[in-house]
Write a protein that binds this ligand. Structure first.
Ligand code: AMP
Length: 403
């Protein structure tokens, strides 16, 4: 499918203005220091190519959820210094995304210059697939480039409607190309075997459909964290007060998977033991028990030592690994051992030549806790978009470029 999509390599940007939808929605602290700049760093090659070809650049992005209300907290202004340093050039800024002020600033741009616009979500129209807002934005460039993988699963104006105004002159940037290529290779079972997928986290509804899609080419599917309890419950185990997402569909989907793939059940690995707590806090009393006999009033908050051993053993024999979602409440230090052990194990095996693809803010954060994120083959910049792709869905932002 990647062959059908135009990339920025299909265009020469000399004297052209590129309107680039980036995802600069990066985590920041109260001093506006960037805590993780992966998303920006991965988009730099896209911007540099256009500078090199002497094109002009208008950058559009969102930050956080300001819900249509402009505010200092969500302003993108703090990025001016960071971008200027990274790109070694002056980065101009405009407080508006549409209107005469921004049109004037765009017309003043010289070849190789950059204009960063304020947060797109200061306009409520951004999240409403609004034709007029898209039309006004479309006046700001000659070629539309989408390099915002983290937002490509959203039906938002700058993702799905804006490209319609560019006819043939629309494409994806280098970050998007890499994400699509890696995920496609993985989904076509092209990874070296054994192929292992680890799904964790709390929202089973966002991941359950993936299992059906990968079960036929995966060698191992490891299920951890809050994802595992519905499996245990349906098998008749007692999960006490452990997290079970309330959604009637999940039970139905699980039953269907159990029936349809009876002969594949040996590749789905659930934790055997868990660390349970008598309340949802770091200082709770804890015990280690079998995952299917959690006493009432207790909840599983991390995988136990023999599950860690089993999961890591499987990971360490794998040649391709995809990971999304923590195997416990890793935000509490007393329940983070499982997730941190997984992170280290994936990093180790990557160093030995395996290919690893990790997505989701929590999984990436746990790699950082262990200082091993740089060892991973590819950190996906979009957890949600990665999950949607793994369900074999063509993402709305990619569709908008193909059409
Ligand atoms: P998700 O967005 O679905 O990947 O969920 C991530 C969240 O799952 C993290 O905040 C974890 O704390 C949480 N989580 C993982 N395991 C458990 C568990 N056993 N019980 C409750 N929450 C969990």
């Amino acid at each position: 499918m990647i062959e059908e999509i135009k990339t920025i390599n299909d265009f020469n940007f000399k004297d052209q203005t590129a309107l680039i939808r980036v995802d600069f929605n990066v985590p920041i602290n109260k001093y506006y220091e960037i805590m993780d700049d992966t998303r920006i760093r991965y988009s730099i090659p896209t911007i540099k190519k256009i500078i090199y070809e002497k094109g002009k650049i208008v950058l559009i992005s969102h930050l956080g959820r300001p819900k249509g209300i402009p505010s200092k907290i969500y302003s993108l202004k703090f990025l001016i210094r960071y971008l200027s340093e990274q790109l070694k050039t002056t980065v101009n800024f405009c407080e508006n995304c549409i209107g005469q002020n921004v049109l004037n600033k765009v017309s003043e741009l010289k070849n190789g210059e950059i204009l960063l616009l304020e947060n797109l979500r200061f306009y409520k129209e951004e999240e409403e697939e609004n034709m007029n807002f898209a039309y006004e934005l479309s006046k700001l460039g000659d070629i539309y480039v989408n390099d915002a993988f983290g937002a490509v699963h959203r039906f938002h104006t700058s993702i799905t409607i804006l490209p319609k105004f560019f006819g043939e002159k629309k494409c994806i940037g280098f970050l998007m190309k890499k994400e699509i290529q890696y995920l496609n290779q993985f989904l076509h079972g092209k990874g070296k075997r054994p192929i292992t997928v680890l799904l964790g986290g709390a929202k089973i509804s966002s991941k359950i459909e993936i299992i059906e899609n990968i079960i036929n080419f995966s060698d191992h599917i490891l299920i951890g964290g809050g994802m595992s309890y519905p499996f245990i419950k349906i098998k008749g185990g007692n999960v006490g007060s452990s997290l079970i997402e309330k959604n009637r569909n999940i039970e139905m989907i699980l039953k269907k998977i159990f029936q349809k793939y009876q002969n594949k059940m040996n590749i789905i690995h659930l934790p055997k033991d868990v660390v349970i707590a008598d309340s949802f806090k770091n200082e709770a009393n804890t015990k280690i028990v079998s995952i299917d006999s959690i006493p009432n009033g207790w909840m599983g908050l991390d995988i136990g030592p023999s599950s860690i051993k089993n999961f890591c053993k499987i990971i360490e024999k794998s040649k391709t690994i995809l990971w999304n979602g923590p195997v416990g409440v890793f935000e509490f230090s007393n329940f983070s051992l499982g997730t941190r052990s997984i992170a280290k194990s994936i990093a180790n095996i990557t160093e030995k030549g395996a290919f690893s693809l990790v997505g989701g803010g929590d999984s990436i954060a746990s790699l950082k806790m262990e200082n091993c994120e740089k060892k991973i083959s590819y950190l996906s910049t979009g957890g949600g978009a990665m999950l949607e792709s793994l369900k074999n869905k063509t993402l709305p932002g990619i569709n908008a470029i193909i059409q």
